[in-house]
Write a protein that binds this ligand. Structure first.
Ligand SMILES: Cc1cc2nc3c(=O)[nH]c(=O)nc-3n(C[C@H](O)[C@H](O)[C@H](O)COP(=O)(O)OP(=O)(O)OC[C@H]3O[C@@H](n4cnc5c(N)ncnc54)[C@H](O)[C@@H]3O)c2cc1C
Length: 393
């Protein structure tokens, strides 16, 4: 008899898991928003998927959304000084999660995966787990529903290190060659410009990572799309003149009224397995590994962990799914999670001296610029660079 798996959540981790598990197991996805609620709701992320995650999506036959502008490069600016343009090994993409999640959910439904609509409550986890051989909590940053213990070693902060301020705009000319542009204002925060695709067409995402109470933390109390638009224009004018120069004032607006977001994340890493009686419960994605979005890794980490979870289950396909299986999954992802977490956390603080020097060298040497761009595709290489730097210091 095929084993039964329950997945809570139809976001990045939940959908990839459903696609990759459905041929070997009976999969049911528990979710609480219907397709129109997802599509008409607020934006959720900037969702850049680097090529390892895109390749996984293709391997698992996930519903592709065509037409996203390819992201070939990372432009890096320090204040008003342009330092370098690093080339990614393969193009990345950003497709509005509302669009991608709705497309994936309806495609999986057509393929026979069962979707049950209800917001699962923490006190229902035990009862739900009884229905399955395995329950996977992919409830994102609002989760987890299961009390996975915190890994203190990988959880250094008690408060958010940045305020995240995001709008999807029309009327901004893209940087060339097409890519993500990062502008760092030391002590104040960062601006990321990201070309992306929404259901309404292509947009430029303006994403500010503001140091709390600093000069970019200037969106408090904003409750309407119009006020958000105006404040963004003022902040870009005052702090990011290079971006402002590419704004066409007459066309500059949010692509629609739900296309802005303000949030703040306290990074937390949790041990992603536990037992409820004799039932195994695993965590995947933000519900277990939650990071500040400064390095754009959350979706990519969720995708990596979802694939490792699949591999672990296939290896133990014919044996009972118990705590040993949970441990095997955690051992498998821990090195990657350690690397991406430590790199991301380091990026929210003052940059180590050797990394600052490397950024300056990248302005002279294209090979170093490319190596830095590759950090986003392979965060373990970033972690190595940061660790070597601190060992030498
Ligand atoms: C401002 C910002 C920018 C970001 N930019 C990037 C980026 O460029 N690149 C990148 O890789 N990552 C980025 N991230 C992180 C990325 O968006 C997340 O890491 C990723 O979406 C996590 O996937 P997930 O499946 O864990 O959770 P989600 O994608 O959030 O999905 C969670 C799902 O669970 C459902 N759910 C929640 N609670 C319940 C419940 N009780 N019952 C049933 N269903 C439930 C939700 O409806 C949702 O469908 C960014 C995040 C933010 C906030």
């Amino acid at each position: 008899m095929r084993k039964r798996i329950g997945i809570i959540g139809n976001g990045v981790a939940g959908l990839q898991l459903a696609y990759s598990l459905k041929n070997e197991f009976d999969v049911t996805v528990h979710h609480y928003e219907d397709l129109d609620e997802i599509r008409q709701g607020r934006i959720r992320s900037t969702q850049v998927h680097f090529h390892p995650a895109l390749e996984r999506a293709q391997r698992f036959g996930m519903q592709a959304v065509d037409g996203a502008p390819p992201i070939h490069t990372i432009h890096f600016n320090m204040g008003s000084q342009k330092l370098f343009v690093g080339k990614l090994a393969s193009p990345a993409k950003s497709v509005d999660q509302r669009y991608a999640f709705a497309a994936g959910t309806s495609d999986l439904t057509r393929q026979g995966v069962i979707f049950r609509k209800a917001r699962v409550k923490p006190n229902e986890i035990g009862e739900l787990a009884e229905n399955y051989d395995l329950l996977i909590d992919t409830t994102g940053k609002s989760g987890p529903l299961f009390p996975f213990p915190i890994e203190q070693e990988l959880t250094p902060f008690q408060t958010p290190q940045r305020k995240c301020i995001v709008g999807y705009f029309t009327g901004v000319s893209p940087v060339m060659p097409e890519g993500i542009s990062i502008t760092v204002l030391p002590g104040a925060g960062e601006m990321f410009e990201i070309p992306a695709l929404t259901e309404k067409g292509p947009v430029t995402i303006l994403f500010i990572e503001a140091v709390p109470e600093g000069p970019l933390d200037a969106f408090k109390g904003i409750k309407s799309a119009q006020d958000f638009e105006e404040r963004m224009k003022t902040i870009v004018h005052n702090h990011f003149p290079g971006v402002y120069a590419r704004i066409h004032a007459e066309h500059f607006s949010l692509v629609e009224h739900g296309a802005y977001l303000q949030t703040a994340i306290t990074p937390i890493v949790r041990r992603p397995y536990g037992m409820h009686g004799d039932r195994l419960i695993l965590g995947c994605g933000d519900s277990a590994i939650l990071a500040d979005p400064i390095t754009g890794q959350g979706c990519n980490t969720a995708s990596y962990c979802a694939e490792q979870l699949l591999t672990t289950l296939l290896e133990h396909k014919d044996s009972p799914w118990d705590e040993q299986v949970g441990m095997a999954y955690w051992c498998r992802i821990r090195p990657y999670v350690t690397a991406v977490t430590n790199w991301t956390n380091a990026m929210t603080g003052p940059l180590p001296e050797h990394i600052a020097q490397m950024l300056m060298q990248a302005a002279q040497e294209q090979e170093i610029a490319n190596r830095i761009a590759h950090w986003f595709e392979h965060p373990s290489s970033a972690y190595e660079a940061f660790t070597q730097a601190s060992e030498r210091a």
